[in-house]
Design a protein around this ligand. Structure first.
Ligand code: BTN
Length: 325
């Protein structure tokens, strides 16, 4: 069904507002006019505005503003990411669903939801995911040891920051993986993996981006530290186009990750980081480390120079900037 629907959408889009008859569509796709009509009905039910006149044919008036696989895949320039997309209007968490299907899925498959009811953030926190954002999980099978899998979080942060920068915003990365604009968070990344002793079975890279929401859509306690692309740009963002660009950029970075020394990605990440050079306080389950962030190791650990001039590496934790120091 998906393939024929896509072909009909493509034909109607190519006609650029001129009518295309059911007969012509039917002969192009090798199916009856009645079948074409059934597909048109299902497209209309999904929000495609299609005029039909018995004499002239079908005219595409508008496409829905949703992340339908057909829309994303049309014009997608990737060779790996997004070839298969599991789409949901509502889900508990795309990461949870991705985990359920990851072993039997091909690398590059995506799980996308218009909204999440149980979105999960780092350190067991909730992730607020109303309509208008991009809530997505990418299934990867990089065949690397678990210690290297954490690097994919940096790859993702870099890719997201780059595409937001292409929109004209000064996106920066706060260690370990928040993408921020003007000091406010627009994106969070949650990487989860299943591994054997020597290598990972799969890595799920969950990416949540506040795109077309207003600040009122973000609950009060989080509002102050958060923003959305729409708020920062003062205009609506075409999510389908943005996601296509993100998938392409992520794929380029992923190819680099697999084929080049990691130092390249690390350097690019550091150049966009707004953590390096700052006084920070990092809280881990067992301790608090304070000092100046002076670098990052190739596995993504933050290097902190403490007041006694010794250095310490922290692999995970909650990081706050200490402005008063
Ligand atoms: C964080 O900054 O705490 C990470 C947030 C990650 C949110 C994304 S949204 C898509 C995917 N599904 C989830 O449940 N979480 C991630």
């Amino acid at each position: 069904m998906g393939d024929k629907r896509s072909q009909i959408i493509k034909a109607l889009k190519e006609a650029k507002g001129s009518p295309v008859s059911g007969e012509e569509l039917g002969s192009r796709l090798g199916i009856s006019r009645t079948m074409i009509w059934k597909y048109i009905k299902s497209l209309q039910a999904d929000g495609y505005e299609i005029d039909s006149s018995p004499k002239r044919g079908y005219i595409l008036k508008s496409v829905p503003q949703l992340l339908y696989p057909e829309e994303i895949q049309m014009g997608l320039k990737t060779t790996l990411l997004g070839k298969k997309i599991h789409y949901f209007e509502e889900l508990s968490s795309t990461n949870s669903t991705a985990k359920e299907i990851a072993l039997s899925e091909e690398e590059g498959a995506l799980v996308i939801a218009e909204m999440q009811k149980g979105g999960r953030g780092r350190l067991g926190r909730e992730w607020v995911s109303p309509q208008g954002g991009i809530w997505m999980s990418i299934i990867l099978k990089p065949g690397v040891p678990l210690t290297h899998a954490s690097r994919l979080t940096l790859v993702a942060g870099l890719a997201v920051a780059n595409v937001i920068r292409d929109l004209g915003l000064d996106a920066r990365i706060k260690w370990p993986n928040d993408v921020r604009v003007m000091g406010r968070k627009v994106c969070g990344i949650l990487t989860e993996a299943k591994a054997e002793v020597d290598r990972v079975d799969y890595v799920i890279v969950g990416i949540g981006i506040n795109v077309n929401m207003d600040l009122k859509d973000i609950p009060e306690p989080l509002r102050e530290g958060s923003t959305t692309l729409k708020v920062e740009l003062g205009r609506h963002v075409r999510r389908v186009r943005f996601l296509q660009d993100l998938l392409f950029e992520f794929e380029q970075q992923y190819i680099n990750f697999k084929t080049q020394p990691f130092s390249q990605i690390l350097n690019d990440w550091m150049a966009l980081s707004d953590t390096i050079g700052r006084e920070v306080k990092v809280t881990t389950p067992s301790r608090i480390i304070e000092g100046k962030a002076v670098g990052m190791t190739s596995d993504g650990a933050l290097v902190i120079k403490k007041s006694d001039n010794t250095k310490e590496e922290v692999i995970a934790g909650r990081c706050v900037y200490e402005y008063s120091k």
